[in-house]
Design a protein around this ligand. Structure first.
Ligand code: SAM
Length: 291
């Protein structure tokens, strides 16, 4: 039985055999920690028959476990030196099936994915998919938003990202990490921090710590009215996070008395700071401003 790809020994052997040089500009930090990789598969609840989209398989450390947990994996990758490595190093048979019937890779920027077209023929698109990734950190938020906008029918997104971004996604009101990103995501998804992963679990080691977040679509998404207007208002309110909400609203409502009565009508203290408002307060504020 082969040593898992998610180990320093096997990863080093692959690096030597194929002259792999981790490309910094593509956010390549390979996982060499089996516990972390299995932690991701478990956080995603991967079971026999699950249809899994993986973003950025790299040399396959996470892919291998997704396959062994029973997943059928469709991967997006941009580095054209990796398909050969994956086809050779991933297990050639899984539960008696050839690798080709369980794993498919397209060389394509995931931000340019057309899921309906790309997945047709490999996945049964009448059934939902799970998205799992150790993300390229330089495009974490664009990837999250492009998945949310894609219309893809997914049950969950299980994503490893920079700890700092994970904290912003999971934050509640009153927390220093709570802000526009928190609100844009939490109006649509439930956010669970599943596990923290230190830099020693990677090769090469990133400078930052990492965390795995599970995002699950809300059964009834929060009605924020016109989402563009809503997001613009939230961003404006947080433009100067240390100032009061009232101060941040100056450009929108120049008259001080008018601003204060707007806030008191919403039962908000005019001295409140943007991070102290619940999402429902922002919705009420947006409604009042657009009434
Ligand atoms: N899954 C592997 C692991 O856990 O060891 C590698 C993860 S590494 C942090 C990120 C991977 O995403 C790299 O393999 C990189 O080439 C790939 N990648 C970078 N930009 C991408 C993009 N726009 N679309 C798809 N994959 C991308």
């Amino acid at each position: 039985k082969q040593i898992p790809i998610a180990s320093p020994v096997r990863t080093q052997a692959i690096v030597n055999r194929y002259f792999v040089r981790a490309k910094k500009n593509l956010g390549q930090n390979f996982l060499v920690d089996l516990n972390a990789v299995q932690g991701i598969a478990e956080a995603a609840g991967i079971q026999e028959g699950d249809q899994v989209i993986e973003i950025g398989p790299g040399i396959g450390s996470l892919t291998e476990q997704l396959l062994l947990y029973g997943g059928k994996v469709f991967a997006y990758e941009v580095d054209d030196s990796l398909p050969e490595i994956l086809e050779t190093e991933l297990p050639q048979r899984i539960d008696g099936e050839p690798l080709s019937s369980r794993f498919k890779l397209v060389l394509k920027d995931v931000l340019k994915a057309n899921f309906a077209e790309d997945l047709a023929g490999f996945f049964d698109l009448t059934k939902p998919v799970k998205v799992v990734a150790n993300l390229p950190y330089y495009i974490t938020t664009p990837i999250i938003f492009s998945l949310l906008e894609s219309g893809l029918n997914f049950t969950s997104l299980t994503l490893m990202m920079q700890k700092e971004v994970a904290d912003r996604l999971a934050a509640g009101p009153g927390n220093k990490d709570y802000g526009p990103l928190t609100i844009a995501v939490q109006t649509r998804m439930a956010v669970d921090l599943a596990l923290n992963v230190g830099h020693a679990s990677f090769m090469p080691q990133p400078k930052v710590d990492s965390a795995v977040v599970v995002l699950t679509p809300l059964k009834t998404p929060v009605d924020v009215g016109d989402p563009e207007k809503f997001n613009r208002l939230v961003k404006l309110c947080f433009a100067q996070r240390r100032k009061t909400l009232s101060n941040n609203l100056k450009t929108l409502v120049p008259d001080k008395a008018e601003r204060e009565s707007l806030l008191t009508n919403l039962k908000l203290d005019p001295r409140v700071r943007p991070e102290q408002l619940a999402i429902s307060d922002y919705i009420a504020l947006n409604q009042a401003l657009n009434a």
